[in-house]
Write a protein that binds this ligand. Structure first.
Ligand code: GLN
Length: 291
């Protein structure tokens, strides 16, 4: 390992001496993510960020497999999607945990807590009034999870029973719209508390997005996803509304999503977190479908 003591620049210089011109040029440009402009809080293309050199990203933990803590780091599908976009802007992603409603109302952007938000967040008309969304990057639908063998396969079977919902989510909205089924909704601050309540028998079922519930059921075989409701949701990355700089960031994110769908990296990320290709049925498919 004779080159171990050399700094990267020195290695590149050595390569340039040793290799034909074409190869040397390739070697010196391939190792860095330098998009060639700006410094300080101004990233590639003159983009401003709340923290220099970083793309600060608001999310609401924990929402596996989209964003969750693993070995002291926030990881997940959304984190990978945003990471690619951040790199394309010459920025490093920094994830910040915050109340979900602070995100959907756009309060986080007004308070300069972050540049964008990625939180398995459904694009809705209501939220579009408060934040600017990227192009959709993930399809989702509401789903119902119960303890295995509960005999509940739809909302109607929850008459007189308790349904766990997560505050400020489209799942909570769906429950409100279907309140005539006769269940009583129990509101939780986040996904884990709602699922712990299900495991402990404090609620009879929990409603949330299909991606997170299938993931939970896989890891908790005493639970099962018994229904998916065709709500036709799509996740988007959000940023400050009516703000030219935020618009530039969202444009970069859209470009990155489009590129990743073409070069295969989107599919790779999908497979990494869901074990299947996009559109392919997971092995843990629900036993019935409703709505
Ligand atoms: N997709 C749902 C929503 O946007 C849930 C998101 C979440 O809980 N992080 O309301």
């Amino acid at each position: 390992m004779p080159n171990l003591s050399l700094r990267p620049r020195a290695v590149v210089a050595a390569l340039a001496l040793a290799l034909p011109l074409g190869l040397a040029a390739c070697g010196s440009s391939g190792g860095e993510q330098n998009t060639g402009s700006g410094s300080g809080s101004t990233a590639a293309g003159g983009i401003q960020t709340v923290s220099p050199g970083k793309l600060t990203v608001c999310t609401h933990l924990s929402y596996p497999p989209f964003q969750f803590n693993k070995d002291g780091k926030v990881v997940g599908f959304d984190v990978d999607v945003v990471d690619r976009a951040a790199k394309s802007m010459g920025l490093t992603q920094d994830v910040v945990d915050i109340d979900f409603e602070q995100i959907t109302t756009g309060a986080v952007f007004k308070a300069k807590k972050c540049d964008v938000a990625a939180a398995g967040m459904t694009i809705t008309d209501e939220r579009k009034k408060a934040v600017l969304f990227s192009e959709p990057y993930f399809d989702a639908t509401q789903a119902l999870i119960v303890k295995k063998g509960a005999g509940v396969t739809d909302l109607a079977a929850l008459k007189g029973k308790k349904l766990g919902v997560q505050t400020g989510t489209t799942g909570q909205e769906y429950a409100k719209k279907n309140a005539s089924a006769g269940f009583s909704a129990v509101v939780f601050e986040d996904l884990p508390t709602s699922l712990n309540a299900l495991k402990a028998g404090r609620v009879d079922a929990t409603i949330n997005d299909n991606g997170v519930l299938f993931d939970f059921a896989k890891q908790n075989p005493d639970t099962e996803v018994v229904a998916e409701f065709a709500t036709g949701e799509q996740y988007g990355v959000a940023a400050k509304k009516d703000d030219p700089n935020a618009q530039q960031i969202i444009t970069k994110i859209n470009e990155s999503i489009a590129t990743s769908k073409q070069d295969g990296s989107y599919d790779e990320t999908y497979k990494k977190w869901f074990g299947t290709a996009p559109g392919e049925k997971s092995t843990a498919a629900p036993s019935s479908s409703a709505g």
